[in-house]
Design a protein around this ligand. Structure first.
Ligand code: C6P
Length: 409
C-alpha cells in the first residue's frame, strides 16, 4: 500500500509547545507514549468552545445549551466514525482508559463474573488493565490467568490458546504495549476468545495514535481510548462497547444525566450511552477530542504511522550500535516505542542527563511492574515517537544517549 508522504515541518508548526527551549536546547519531545502534544486545531477547539458555545448539555431549552449539546453529540458521532463503530450509542465518554476499564470491571464483571470463572490478562499489561480485574476477581472469587511472552516481548499465542477454556469469561489485553511497543494480534485473539464464549476487551491507550482503528473488523467487545495519547485533551476518553453488552450492563455511577426518572420509591435509568455518563460531562474535552480525531483522520493515520515507523527503525538501528545497550522489546510488529537499558547505568540517570540536553524521555517501570519483574530489570529508558518528531531529533537522541553513557560509565 502506498501512503502519502507528510510535510513534517508543516505539522510541527501546528504545535506551539514544540518551539520552546529546555535547558538551553530546542525541546526534543520523545515522551509521547505518556502523553502527546496538542495541535492548534485542538487548542482552538477548547478556546472557541468557551468563547462562543459554553453552557451545560442535555438540559436547557435555550440557544447556548442547544448549541453545546449539538457540539457534544457531534463529538460522539466523530468518535464513532474514528473507531468505525456500528452505532453512535456504542461510544461512552469516560475520563480515559483507566476509567473505561474500571467501568467494565465494576459493571459487566460485577454482574456476570462468578466464583471459579477465569479472566485472562497478559504479562504486557499496564497496571490499569490488571488492578481493576484483581478487584473484581477478589470480590467474586474469580481467577486471573496470565499469557506469557517470548524473548522478543510478543505474546505467546500457543500458550494463550492453551489458557482458554469454558471457564474463561473475559480476555483483556493491550493493543499496543506501552513499555515495549509490541503490537498484539488482537483480531485473532478476539476470535479465539469468542470461540470459547468469552468477552474480549482491548486496551487501546497506546494504539489509537498509531493504528487506524476498525472495531467492527477487530470484533472487540470493548475497546478503550485515552484522549491525551491521541493529540486530544487530558481527562477525556472513550469506552467503545457492543450495544448488546452495554445494554445488559447495570449503571455504575449514579447521579444526574444517567436517570430517566427518580423518586424515593425507585429510580429508572436512562438509555445508552447516557446510562454510563452521570453528572455534567467533560464538554470541552469531548469537543476537543473530536477535533483531535478529525485532525488525525484529515492527515491520514496510515501516513502518520508510516513516518513513526521510519523514526522507530532509525532509532532502533542507531541505539543498537551503543556498547552495553540492550533493547527491551524487539517484536516483529512494533509501534512508536523504543525501550532500552544500559549495563551498569540506572535508567533514571540516563533520563536526567537527556533532560539536561532538552530531550524528554520516560524512565522507570512505566506502570508495568509485573513485566519489569519478569524481565528482572528495575525499569527502562523509553523514547516514543509522534508524527511531529523528525529524523534530526532521533539523531539527537542517539548522540545524547552516547554522551550520557560516556559520562556515567
Ligand atoms: N500509559 C505511559 O507512560 P490513562 O492514564 O487512563 O490515560 O491510561 C492508562 C494506560 C492504560 N493502558 C496503557 C497501555 C497505557 O499505556 C496507559 C498509560 C502511560 O505509558 C502513563 S503510565
Amino acid at each position: 500500500m502506498t501512503t502519502t508522504k507528510l510535510d513534517i515541518q508543516a505539522i510541527r508548526d501546528q504545535f506551539p509547545i514544540l518551539s520552546q527551549k529546555v535547558n538551553g536546547y530546542p525541546l526534543v519531545y520523545l515522551d509521547n507514549a505518556a502523553s502527546n502534544q496538542k495541535p492548534k486545531a485542538v487548542i482552538d477547539a477548547i478556546s472557541n468552545y468557551y468563547e462562543t458555545t459554553h453552557s451545560n448539555v442535555h438540559r436547557g431549552v435555550h440557544y447556548l445549551s442547544q448549541r453545546a449539546t449539538e457540539a457534544f453529540e457531534h463529538g460522539r458521532e466523530t468518535m464513532a466514525k474514528f473507531v468505525n463503530a456500528r452505532h453512535v450509542n456504542e461510544i461512552v465518554f469516560t475520563s480515559g482508559t483507566t476509567d473505561s476499564i474500571n467501568l467494565v470491571a465494576q459493571t459487566w464483571a460485577r454482574k456476570f463474573l462468578k466464583e471459579g470463572d477465569e479472566i485472562i490478562l497478559s504479562h504486557l499489561e499496564h497496571h490499569s488493565n490488571i488492578v481493576p480485574w484483581q478487584m473484581a476477581c477478589e470480590e467474586k472469587g474469580a481467577i486471573i490467568k496470565v499469557i506469557p511472552i517470548n524473548e522478543k516481548g510478543e505474546l505467546d499465542q500457543e500458550a494463550y490458546r492453551a489458557l482458554l477454556s469454558a471457564k474463561t469469561k473475559l480476555v483483556a489485553v493491550n493493543h499496543v504495549s506501552n513499555a515495549l511497543g509490541t503490537v498484539n494480534p488482537i483480531k485473532q485473539m478476539a476470535a479465539d476468545a469468542h470461540a470459547v464464549g468469552a468477552v474480549f476487551l482491548a486496551d487501546g491507550a497506546q494504539a489509537t495514535a498509531h493504528v487506524a482503528l476498525d472495531v467492527q473488523d477487530l470484533d472487540c467487545d470493548f475497546y478503550t481510548i485515552s484522549g491525551h495519547k491521541m493529540y486530544g485533551p487530558t481527562g477525556i476518553g472513550i469506552l467503545y462497547g457492543k450495544l448488546d453488552l452495554l445494554n445488559a450492563m447495570p449503571p455504575w455511577r449514579g447521579g444526574g444525566e444517567m436517570i430517566k426518572s427518580v423518586s424515593f420509591e425507585g429510580t429508572t435509568y436512562n438509555e445508552l450511552p447516557h446510562k454510563f455518563e452521570a453528572g455534567t460531562p467533560h464538554i470541552e474535552g469531548v469537543i476537543a477530542l473530536a477535533a483531535a480525531a478529525q485532525w488525525m483522520m484529515d492527515l491520514g493515520i496510515e501516513a502518520m504511522a508510516a513516518h513513526e515507523d521510519h523514526l522507530l527503525h532509525l532509532a532502533t538501528e542507531g541505539l543498537k550500535t551503543i556498547d552495553g545497550l540492550k533493547l527491551i522489546g524487539t517484536a516483529d510488529n512494533k509501534a512508536s516505542v523504543v525501550s532500552f537499558v544500559v549495563e551498569g547505568v540506572h535508567p533514571f540517570d540516563i533520563g536526567s542527563l537527556l533532560d539536561q540536553m532538552g530531550i524528554a524521555v520516560r524512565t522507570g517501570h512505566h506502570c508495568t511492574e509485573p513485566l519489569m519483574n519478569l524481565l528482572c530489570i528495575p525499569g527502562t529508558v523509553r523514547a516514543s515517537f509522534s508524527v511531529y518528531n523528525t529524523e534530526e531529533e532521533v539523531e539527537k537522541l542517539i548522540a545524547g544517549v552516547k554522551k550520557a553513557c560516556s559520562m556515567l560509565l
